[in-house]
Design a binder for this molecule. Structure first.
Ligand code: HEM
Length: 332
């Protein structure tokens, strides 16, 4: 009888844990999705020249908490601030959720904490852009530098949030360094090159924005000349990403993501060429930026697979101490 009672107790306990884990998994994806939307909207702020829509005030807008009689630019900038404020809250919730839903030392806890760190630095970079007036028609080298720093911080934020999701859905046994070998080096090389491509893209985008806003000075001429550099660097990034996927093919669990990576890279090249042909209309700028983030996410997932290896160990099994096949969450 006591045995039956214990069995019922464990089952209830497990199903509560399973619900928490399932909710955490889904929530981690929602938080990442929301952050991507905020990033794309941030590019719209730049492309529409709305960065000074709240003046040089931050976090309040033109000296008001809620702007009265706003212009279109104020609405665009204010929406970005409001949505990024929600993104910050969503990441704070992600950290709390990770600590509630996962056991001690679970990797999602560490990555969620890093997500909060990079979300705060992202906000700091945004505040710096506004306070130093590196927005709207500003055509200086400092603005180009700030765009590069912003891009790198965004990539780091997306990387750690993706890692939080990855470990919420899947864990693995770490293979030996020898086993990771060349594929790990190639994936890391691809990540570095795609970052360099992204920085050159952000500079190209700044040049396009200033030209579209009829800003003219020696620095804009310099940016226009630099535009050719981005597609040239992209060739290297594309080859590196494809090669990294090919080298990681032996990790069976990663194969779906490698195919996704290759597909996204091809789509990105098509979007880049379309940008050149159509002279970067705003909607294509946004699509190109979103695809850059998706290529980046796919590379990060492949990296996590290469680092953690093929063997699957579900989160639930580490919570309940049961083998994955007995775990209630198996197959979630
Ligand atoms: C893996 C490959 C690539 C990545 C990761 C990448 C990344 C980026 C990024 C992050 C931007 C800045 C977007 C923004 O802030 O709005 C950008 C802009 C741009 N990219 Fe790429 N890109 C890639 C390939 C290409 C290719 C192959 C071409 C052309 C053949 C291209 C053409 C452009 C152009 C013209 C812009 C400026 C458009 C704008 O004003 O936003 N890109 N790219």
């Amino acid at each position: 009888m006591s045995c039956v009672r214990e069995h019922i107790f464990l089952t209830r306990d497990d199903s509560a844990t399973a619900l928490r884990v399932q909710a955490f998994r889904r929530y981690s994806l929602v938080a990442l999705g929301w952050t991507l939307l905020v990033i794309v909207w941030g590019a719209y702020v730049r492309a529409s020249g709305s960065g000074a829509g709240c003046g040089a005030h931050w976090p309040i807008c033109n000296g008001e908490l809620i702007p009265r009689s706003p212009t279109m630019q104020t609405i665009v900038e204010y929406t970005h601030r409001a949505t990024s404020g929600l993104a910050l809250l969503s990441v704070i919730a992600l950290v709390i959720f990770a600590f509630v839903a996962t056991p001690e030392k679970h990797p999602s806890r560490k990555w969620a904490a890093w997500s909060l760190f990079f979300m705060l630095t992202e906000a700091a970079v945004g505040a710096l852009l506004v306070k130093a007036e590196l927005v709207a028609n500003n055509a200086t080298a400092s603005r180009a530098l700030a765009m590069g720093i912003h891009l790198v911080n965004t990539f780091l934020l997306v990387a750690v949030m993706t890692s939080t999701c990855f470990h919420a859905w899947r864990e693995g046994e770490a293979p030996s360094w020898k086993e990771r070998g060349l594929k790990l080096q190639l994936v890391l090389l691809a990540l570095v090159l795609v970052t360099v491509v992204g920085i050159s893209g952000a500079t190209a985008a700044l040049g396009d924005t200033l030209v579209q806003q009829s800003v003219q000075n020696a620095f804009v001429d310099f940016l226009i000349q630099l535009r050719i550099l981005h597609p040239l660097l992209a060739i290297g990034g594309v080859i590196a990403a494809i090669t990294a996927g090919w080298a990681s093919w032996s990790v069976e669990a990663a194969r779906r993501w490698i195919v996704a990576l290759w597909t996204l890279v091809v789509l990105q090249v098509i979007a880049g060429l379309t940008n050149v042909v159509l002279q970067a209309p705003v909607f294509m700028q946004l699509i190109h930026l979103l695809l850059a983030d998706l290529v980046w996410i796919a590379l990060i997932v492949v990296l996590r697979f290469v680092v953690t290896g093929d063997q699957r160990l579900s989160l639930m099994s580490s919570v309940t101490g049961r083998s994955p096949s007995n775990s209630p969450s198996h197959g979630l």
